[in-house]
Write a protein of this length. Structure first.
Length: 241
């Protein structure tokens, strides 16, 4: 937690243009698993915190000056991120709690909860975007990128996501597909490597019930195999409201 004097001093520097809001947020969340970064309107990274650099496979200095297309993610994903940013620039409105999966070429597929908001210059003209991405306890395969720091902050079971009566959905090819709570939980557990028997135990149901959920999910999402179902999850993370 920041000391009061430090916090107020930094806020004054932000107001005077001496400190970027991203630097302030990096200081504020320095002990938490929150990825923070900021770009200009061209999509060029101007700065980030250590956590963002770590999960991206770069150093903080290496990320500065890189365009979205130069990050170690698929081009299609970079273009989506850039399009999101351009929408924020044109509308001057933030986007809150957008669940996304980042496919790092030298590491894990990591599910993140992303909030973005525009930044302004002294003339109150939008000049960039800042993002905060909190890690969820979901990784597909832990390889060269060190995600242990991320996951140790999320020791609670994934089941906590499915204890409340939320409205779950997944967007595939611009089509919104509603999922039941049990379907959402089943798909999540399946996609992080749980077996049918393990899922049945976690959901307190029979294995045949889990198999029925999986068959129904395949029908809803238009796939025919379990690997394709898992790919669908990582390409289109489950969201809720």
């Amino acid at each position: 937690m920041l000391q009061q004097d430090t916090a107020f001093g930094t806020l004054e520097q932000i107001h005077d243009g001496q400190t970027h809001i991203g630097e302030y947020l990096s200081l504020l969340f320095k002990d938490l698993p929150v990825a923070i970064g900021w770009k200009d309107c061209r999509g060029i990274t101007l700065g980030c915190n250590k956590f963002q650099a770590n999960i991206s496979g770069f150093s903080q200095d290496e990320l500065v000056g890189k365009h979205d297309l130069e990050w170690r993610i698929p081009e299609s994903e970079a273009l989506v991120y850039n399009a999101d940013d351009q929408n924020i620039f044109s509308c001057a409105k933030p986007r809150f709690n957008d669940v996304r999966t980042s496919h790092y070429s030298k590491g894990s597929d990591v599910s993140m909860n992303v909030t973005k908001f525009p930044t302004y210059d002294s003339k109150k003209i939008v000049n960039g975007v800042v993002w905060l991405a909190s890690a969820t306890p979901l990784t597909r395969v832990a390889t060269t990128i060190n995600v242990s720091d991320m996951l140790r902050y999320h020791a609670q079971d994934i089941s906590l996501h499915f204890q409340n009566e939320r409205n779950y959905y997944i967007v595939v090819d611009h089509q919104t597909i509603r999922l039941t709570r049990k379907q959402a939980a089943c798909l999540t557990y399946l996609s992080v490597g749980k077996t049918i028997k393990q899922i049945a135990s976690l959901l307190n149901c029979a294995t045949s019930t889990v198999e029925d959920h999986i068959d129904r999910l395949k029908q809803k999402l238009g796939v025919y195999t379990t690997p394709a179902l898992i790919d669908c999850f990582w390409d289109n993370p489950i969201k809720w409201f």
